[in-house]
Design a protein around this ligand. Structure first.
Ligand code: PMP
Length: 417
């Protein structure tokens, strides 16, 4: 499958070879660095993509959740063009910034005040800075298998790869007893507990409500700041996964689709914590309020991805996941999808995992094969087997994906067993 993938993409192979001469690894996004080389895309339209080798795809990757609106949402294109007419970035505050901030504070229960950044990574770095400043403490409880950005990535076991020199306290995800033990042991110096309410990069593993409620109680008990990284999960309802679960953190980080597809990040929360930015804690950033993101984000969140649209997308995703899981169950094969709503990741084990796990070499091989088989069928997923539905994906597209997974189960049954 790998050889067939490579043979069908000589232009992508050539681009990759040239790119490695000027960029280590051949590009600047680690998720797009996979063997033998990534397929290079030429063009996108609604939920379709065309690569430089002449293949067409249904885009189920959804730009790792940032592509919620697809590649050509007319209302977003229109506001971007209109904004460009008014001039690119004006080194000044503008109405778009206030509008988008008000929209987001009105939607996410924990957001009393917020500030914009250019990425989810920055949003998380700033939230951690705010928590440390507010508490006067240092230790940060993080989840093993969690991901909060390039320099905030935490392995399941062993030391982190080159990351920040902060006193991180790695904690097993969905293990309330261990989280309680660790938080109490470090209570004096615990500044923050940061958690994805569903692990995204870690395999679309939802946190149990009990686990998040435990973290909420531990933050209250120790005086630490509870931070939900909702960079990916904010799409789970009009007010994010926090509103769906009814658990309100002290701070929330946002990113991805909220800027309508432009570079985006935001962090915010309790007014008393955020008040530090009035004077004590600096937070500059040339592009924080860039006019394109502010304008596209306002239309995206104010007019397109309304709370009703968020509920509808959630329901579509749940229905799709049930159909996909019926495929593996009917065939009696260890093939299924975890996730919530419109985000899901394939796994090759039964029962489906409820915690992050270290995959065996066999599972890694199946994951690669699944990716290549989907590419051959004209379906573009994240290399790790993650799907993030975008709004333009239609029912016929979903049918096509379900049949492709069915064909995979049939043709690869021997390997899966
Ligand atoms: N947090 C989570 C949960 C993410 O999934 C990501 C990106 N995949 C980030 C933070 C980092 O966001 P960005 O890539 O915009 O820096």
């Amino acid at each position: 499958a790998r050889a067939a993938y490579a043979a069908a993409r000589p232009r992508s192979a050539d681009l990759h070879r040239r790119a490695t001469e000027v960029m280590p690894g051949g590009n600047t996004r680690s998720v797009l660095a996979y063997a033998p080389f990534p397929a290079a895309m030429q063009r996108g339209e609604d939920c379709r993509l065309w690569d430089i080798d002449g293949h067409a795809y249904l885009d189920l990757c959804g730009e790792y959740t940032a592509g919620l609106f697809g590649h050509s949402e007319p209302r977003i294109h229109k506001v971007l063009h209109a904004t460009l007419e008014g001039g690119i970035n004006l080194a000044a505050v503008g109405q778009g910034e206030e509008r988008l901030a008000r929209l987001l504070c009105g939607r996410f229960p924990s957001l009393e005040r917020l500030r914009f950044t250019n990425s989810g990574t920055e949003a998380n770095l700033m939230a951690l800075t705010a928590a440390r400043g507010f508490t006067g403490r240092n230790t940060i409880m993080v989840m093993q298998g969690g991901y909060h950005g390039g320099v905030l990535t935490f392995p399941l076991a062993g030391p982190s790869p080159a990351t920040l020199p902060l006193p991180f306290l790695p904690t097993p995800y969905n293990d309330s007893a261990e989280a309680t033990r660790l938080a109490r042991a470090h209570a004096q110096d615990l500044a923050a507990i940061i958690v994805e309410p569903m692990l995204g990069g870690g395999g679309c593993i939802p946190a149990t409500k009990t686990f998040l409620a435990t973290l909420r109680a531990l933050a209250d008990e120790t005086g630490a700041v509870l931070i939900f990284d909702e960079v990916m999960t904010s799409r789970m309802s009009g007010g994010g996964l926090q509103a769906r679960l009814g658990i309100t953190p002290d701070m929330t980080c946002l990113g991805k689709y909220i800027g309508g597809g432009m570079s985006f990040g935001a962090f915010g929360g309790r007014a008393d914590i955020m008040a530090q930015f009035e004077s004590k804690v600096p937070h500059a950033g040339t592009f924080n309020n860039n006019v394109l993101t502010m304008a596209a984000g306002s239309v995206a969140m104010g007019e397109i991805f309304t709370a009703e649209a968020a509920e509808a997308l959630y329901a579509r995703g749940e229905a799709l996941r049930a159909r996909l899981n019926a495929v593996g169950e009917a065939a009696g094969l260890p093939l299924g999808f975890t996730g919530l709503g419109s985000m899901m990741t394939v796994h090759f084990r039964r029962p489906l995992p409820d915690r992050p796990y270290a995959a065996t070499a066999g599972e890694e091989g199946l994951r690669e094969l699944f990716f290549f088989d989907m590419m051959a069928a004209g379906l573009y997923l994240a290399r790790r087997g993650m799907v993030a539905l975008s709004l333009p994906v239609g029912e016929a597209d979903l049918d096509r994906f379900v049949s492709a997974v069915g064909e995979f189960a049939e043709s690869r049954a021997e390997l899966l067993r």
